[in-house]
Write a protein that binds this ligand. Structure first.
Ligand SMILES: Cc1cc2nc3c(=O)[nH]c(=O)nc-3n(C[C@H](O)[C@H](O)[C@H](O)COP(=O)(O)O)c2cc1C
Length: 318
């Protein structure tokens, strides 16, 4: 049993190492379809966000649409009624890159949406550092909307400090801190420009093709990579002596894996999104990765005296 576990651990480490040397050639995911709306009056900007990066991006895109006179609903997907999606003229979906891909829970939600045939759609992802398969992830996100009949009018990626808590907990602070200046004013300007570009493309009736790169990371994205991480999580529970029963972890966990009555985490259901450990205000999530304690994003920010810079438009909204 021990040998099998060692083999699996070595195998996943080798896969992760290979993932940093990706070869690239383009793969076309879908062709243009006809757009049925070219003068949008309403828009839905919907995101999945665990630590705020994708939320800020979505909100700034929504504010920019608002300034252009659109009536905009801006919302986390968990607060959005999927049945209403067809009532919007323009749809934007955004998410973080998790394990080289669109997070599984958000994918599932997008797949369950009703048809949006002919509606212009745009997507964005936020990612940490570089080399995280962000281009293919935003293509996959656009592809999910296109599968529902949406016409892609934009795809964009926005870099941040990574929120993969295992990196700093394991002592690789420098890799994360390299991007501590992000998001900066330049990032926020790119988001505003992106929102205006989406509207220009819609007004011109200009759909776009989705061109994915052929990237080794696509082979280990999502489940294989989550599985690889879970293999090294040696402990995951709630510390009852620290827990303040605020319910943040329950809200953040997208798969309902936490039971606060027993302080038990269902590690089979867990998708290692780190939403619990990254957001607990009391440091009550006890997680160990290869025997090392994993601590969350807010503590990491505090420890490094980092305050996330907000654009003017969002200072009253967030
Ligand atoms: C569980 C987890 C997995 C991640 N995987 C990747 C990845 O594969 N590639 C990448 O570029 N960034 C990755 N990141 C970094 C996030 O994509 C990035 O910090 C993102 O902006 C977080 O967005 P949010 O604040 O909206 O949740 C990961 C972060 C977490 C917590």
């Amino acid at each position: 049993m021990d040998n099998r576990r060692t083999f699996l651990k070595k195998g996943s480490l080798a896969l992760l190492a290979l993932s940093s040397s990706a070869s690239v050639f383009p793969v076309r995911l879908c062709a243009k379809t006809e757009m049925t709306v070219t003068d949008p009056k309403t828009a839905a900007v919907i995101w999945y966000s665990q630590t705020g990066n994708s939320e800020r991006t979505g909100r700034l895109i929504a504010e920019t649409f608002n300034k252009k006179g659109l009536n905009v609903t801006a919302s986390d997907y968990r607060d959005f009624d999927p049945r209403s999606i067809g009532t919007y003229d323009l749809i934007v979906a955004g998410s973080p890159v998790y394990y080289y891909d669109v997070p599984e829970n958000f994918k599932r939600w997008l797949k369950s949406l009703p048809e949006i045939t002919g509606k212009p759609c745009a997507s964005y992802v936020t990612f940490g550092g570089t080399g995280g398969n962000q281009h293919n992830t935003v293509c996959s996100l656009a592809g999910l909307l296109a599968e529902k009949g949406g016409v892609p009018v934009g795809m964009e990626t926005f870099g941040n400090m990574s929120t993969f808590a295992i990196t700093w907990s394991y002592g690789n602070d420098a890799r994360v801190l390299e991007y501590k200046h992000l998001p900066d004013d330049i990032s926020y300007d790119r988001m505003r420009t992106y929102a205006r570009l989406i509207l220009d493309r819609v007004h011109e009736g200009q759909g776009m093709e989705i061109e994915k790169d052929c990237d080794f990371r696509d082979l280990i994205k999502n489940s294989p990579s989550i599985w690889g991480t879970k293999l090294f999580i040696s402990h995951h529970s709630i510390d009852g002596s620290k827990c303040i029963q605020c319910g943040t972890c329950l809200k953040k966990c997208p798969v309902g894996a936490i039971d606060l009555e027993s302080n038990h985490v269902n590690t089979d259901a867990c998708i290692a999104c780190l939403g619990c450990v990254n957001n607990c205000p009391a440091g009550a999530v006890h997680m160990e990765f290869m025997g090392k304690n994993v601590y969350g994003y807010h503590d990491f920010l505090k420890e490094n005296h980092i305050q996330i810079h907000l654009p003017e438009e969002l200072r009253k909204v967030i």
